[in-house]
Write a protein that binds this ligand. Structure first.
Ligand SMILES: NC(=O)c1ccc[n+]([C@@H]2O[C@H](COP(=O)([O-])OP(=O)(O)OC[C@H]3O[C@@H](n4cnc5c(N)ncnc54)[C@H](OP(=O)(O)O)[C@@H]3O)[C@@H](O)[C@H]2O)c1
Length: 352
């Protein structure tokens, strides 16, 4: 199997390439060689995906059984790559996101839910991360590819939250480091809130299986409902970091989510992986499950991510890392306020 991966050195792309090389596939990666280290065993082509000449030079290395555009986020350059490389690929694959759905996270979504109206010609002038623009931009990327690649040759995977070793967004690494510090830890109730993160290795393996079967179409990729809870994830982080914490125990303080919102706690970032809209963790991924997606237990993802960090693993730098986590002094203050509120509620009950 001949595979071309656009990218391949940060997180999803890196793990995908490692898996493909492990399967004995002939893998070419295309990137600028600026950020993450290359995976051993690949054929490297250096170049900039926004540059037509670089893409033409890359196309001369084809054909491939599949081309995977992993990190594309700008509609015009994603469309350009599909235009230049599409004819050299039996299958074209795009790693998209559930953020393309217009109603996510407000409402549950499946593959038939309406996407944002994306502009396939859009040039992104300001490359800084922007949560509001991310979904519409990725929708524009999907539309841009469809101009050059017919839908029967196109595979689009739309993952929800992806966790695991090499994660550069900084969600699970923050929680692990927080638990490693010990003490009273602010967490959003309830502990049994279902969550659906997918392990990056399960995403990669599923995507490559689909490529192997020449699949096309759209697949949401998320762990099935009931696979994990917020509480289990935090317990796993607590257990994984026990050795470095020593005698400093963790006490998880579960506070009501609406009250946290009233205090101005920023959802999704200040407390990573927590947000209140009801559709957040209601991504229907039954089509992927029926096609063979298997999700390892959250405890395994947590353990392996900690093992990677503890062994000196460092993600590529990304501006999003800085937006995650709550300042320790602010966390203490909010926990104290929550405690006073709970004490007041208890004495009120005694008076009734
Ligand atoms: N994390 C999540 O929870 C989550 C959830 C849903 C969907 N997703 C999707 O998953 C994907 C994650 O991808 P990833 O970042 O991990 O992919 P990746 O393929 O591992 O890394 C991005 C690659 O793009 C290369 N690159 C960047 N700019 C380039 C340019 N101008 N020309 C050529 N190469 C360039 C980088 O190398 P150089 O810098 O060296 O060029 C790097 O190899 C994204 O599409 C994201 O939307 C993520």
């Amino acid at each position: 199997m001949r595979l071309l991966v656009l990218g391949g050195t940060w997180f999803v792309g890196r793990v995908l390439v490692e898996d493909a090389v492990g399967r004995g596939w002939a893998v070419t990666t295309f990137n600028r060689g600026r950020s993450g280290p290359d995976v051993a065993g690949v054929h490297l082509v250096r170049g900039d995906r926004t540059n037509t000449k670089d893409l033409d030079r890359l196309a001369a290395d084809g054909p491939w059984d599949a081309v995977v555009d992993v990190g594309g986020a700008e509609p015009r350059s994603v469309g350009l790559a599909a235009q230049v490389l599409g004819a050299q690929a039996r299958r074209y694959v795009f790693v998209s996101t559930v953020s393309v759905y217009r109603d996510w996270p407000a409402s549950p979504v499946d593959e038939s839910s309406p996407p944002h109206p994306g502009n396939p010609d859009l040039v992104v002038e300001d490359p800084r991360w922007d949560a509001e623009r991310y979904g519409p931009h990725k929708a524009g990327c999907e539309a841009a590819i469809l101009r050059s690649v017919s839908s029967d040759r196109l595979l689009i995977v739309r993952p929800g939250v992806v966790l695991g070793p090499h994660e550069y967004v900084g969600r699970l690494p923050w929680w692990l480091r927080r638990m490693a510090r010990g003490g009273r830890v602010l967490a959003p109730a309830p502990a049994n809130r279902p969550i659906q993160p997918v392990d990056v290795r399960d995403l990669a393996s599923f995507l490559l299986d689909l490529v192997g079967w020449s699949a096309s179409g759209i697949f949401n990729v998320a762990a099935p409902a009931g696979h994990a809870t917020y509480g289990r994830m935090l317990e796993a982080c607590t257990a994984a970091t026990r050795d470095v914490r020593g005698s400093d125990e963790v006490e998880i303080v579960w506070a009501e989510p609406d009250w946290l919102v009233e205090q101005g706690v920023r959802q999704w970032t200040e407390i990573p992986l927590w947000r209140v809209p009801p559709g957040t963790w209601q991504v229907d991924a039954m089509r992927a499950a029926a096609a063979g997606l298997r999700c390892r237990p959250i405890e395994q993802t947590v353990l392996d991510t900690w093992a990677w960090l503890a062994a000196g693993g460092a993600p590529v730098w990304h501006e999003r890392q800085g937006e995650h986590g709550i300042d320790p002094a602010r966390e203490r203050r909010i926990i104290d306020m929550w405690g006073l509120r709970s004490d007041a509620a208890a004495s009120e009950q005694r008076l009734v």
